[in-house]
Design a binder for this molecule. Structure first.
Ligand code: FES
Ligand SMILES: [Fe+2]
Length: 443
């Protein structure tokens, strides 16, 4: 754990959002050296399934081999470098290069090359296997690390492993898979999801279901952070309403509680939710035994350095991932997976989505039993053609403006409040990374 008093960043310069030398430094010392959340394990269950994960100019193939192991390697043919597979989720028994048809096994080894006799140097297998990448799984997510000498994923995640452990994320099902391109640096997105200071102003609906002023921050080693926001309540900056808000009504109905019982008693709703979840645990499709009372009504958020946001509740989660544009530091992608724990028939559930969440559409389009990834530009969100939920749409509407201002000569550095301590911790970690990288480049 890191104490707030140990945070050193009180200002953040605008250059890091657009300077190309910083972008290159991040490529070499962050993206190519850090554990990165690359795929869902559920997309890699079947033998011969694969996921291609692109990050900057790098692209990684993760494949389930015929004997059931997961393998990860660079998506670059060892003949002349051609990218082998396009980004996405697929199935293939072998990987064949589209250029001269070199053929690779799913463990990355070279299987065959046409006219092999024409290589006077032969086809040495170790030299020509696809360049390997480290791989580890955690909580239903597959992580990769291009640095083969990196510490283990659990060493990197540290305390976060214990914090996330009570939540059954690994069994959550994918409801929606969206990617939006935004005209801002990847870090502006992470900054945005590292503070609640903006919530009252740009997410006015939040006052009807969470109490941001009573949220708690946690700062962890390696730049990770946690956030715990009291849920099933209204914002304590405002008077408690006489009757449950629309969100609270929905939450109570989900658990079979009549909202009219709470007219004049809105402050008693969280206790009633805890009682209901405890009484129904193991009978209504959900098992709450690993969670504390507080966790039953808390909205959590865990930010994994450098670019992952896991935000949710015991029944559902958003995985949000910010990825840099390969060449332009003022552009990035935001990927959002909406995941939900279906009620478990073995625990008396119907296998349905009983709890309320957070997907933008009632039912995303599917192909072969998997929701299709929907990719669009932020203009489509601004025009209302696409939505990533009201909250994320509101965030996206601001990000290009943040970038525009941070890139202007009128902005020198940010001035942070205590409510932005997680932003400071993120940039503190970046500053340490930048300093170490510059020192190592000098040597
Ligand atoms: S570049 Fe792949 S086979 Fe030639
Ligand atoms: Fe926001």
């Amino acid at each position: 754990m890191i104490r707030e008093a140990d945070i050193q960043t009180t200002h953040i310069d605008g250059d890091r959002y657009h300077d190309r030398s910083i972008m290159q430094l991040e490529t070499d010392h962050i993206w190519r050296k850090t554990w990165l959340l690359a795929a869902l394990e559920s997309d890699l269950r079947a033998p011969k399934s694969n996921v291609v994960f692109d990050i900057g100019h790098d692209s990684i193939i993760i494949a389930r081999t015929a004997d059931g192991f997961l393998s990860a390697y660079h998506n670059a043919c060892t003949h002349r470098g051609t990218r082998l597979l396009a980004e996405g989720v697929g199935t293939a028994p072998l990987i064949t290069c589209p250029y001269h048809a070199w053929c690779f096994n799913l463990d990355g080894s070279l299987r065959a090359a046409p006219d092999a006799k024409s290589f006077s140097g032969g086809l040495p297998p170790e030299r020509l296997r696809l360049k390997p990448v480290k791989l580890e799984s955690w909580k239903g997510f597959v992580f990769v690390n291009m640095d083969m000498g990196a510490a283990t994923l659990s060493e990197f995640l540290g305390t976060l492993v214990d914090r996330v452990s009570p939540y059954n994320i690994a069994d959550m099902a994918l409801l929606e898979d969206q990617s939006v391109s935004v005209d801002c640096n990847w870090k502006a997105m992470i900054d945005n999801f590292s503070e609640l200071y903006h919530v009252d102003h740009i997410h006015p609906q939040h006052k009807r279901f969470v109490d941001c002023p009573n949220a708690t921050d946690e700062l962890f080693e390696n730049g990770h952070t946690g956030l715990y926001v009291p849920g099933f309540v209204t914002d304590s900056r405002y008077p408690v309403p006489d009757k449950p808000t629309d969100y609270q009504e929905m939450q109570l109905n989900t658990l079979g509680i009549d909202p009219s019982e709470f007219v004049g008693k809105v402050a008693e709703i969280p206790a009633a939710i805890i009682r209901a979840k405890r009484e129904q645990s193991g009978k209504n499709g959900y098992d709450y035994s690993a969670l504390s009372d507080e966790q039953l009504t808390t909205v959590f958020q865990f930010n994994l350095f450098p670019n992952i946001i896991l935000s949710g509740s015991p029944e559902g989660l958003w995985m949000m991932r910010s990825r840099p544009h390969p060449d332009d530091p003022s552009k990035s992608l935001l990927d959002k997976w909406a995941l939900q724990l279906n009620s478990d028939p073995l625990l008396g559930g119907q296998g349905d989505h009983k709890q309320t969440l957070h997907a933008a559409s009632k039912k995303a389009a599917q192909e072969n039993g998997r929701v299709l990834r929907d990719c669009f530009g932020y203009e489509a969100v601004l025009s209302g053609e696409k939505s990533m939920t009201e909250t994320i749409d509101q965030d996206i509407s601001l990000l290009a403006r943040v970038q525009a201002g941070a890139q202007s000569s009128g902005f020198a550095s940010a001035w942070l409040s205590n409510q932005e301590i997680r932003v400071a911790h993120f940039h503190d970690t970046l500053n340490m990374t930048y300093d170490a990288a510059r020192n190592s480049e000098k040597e």
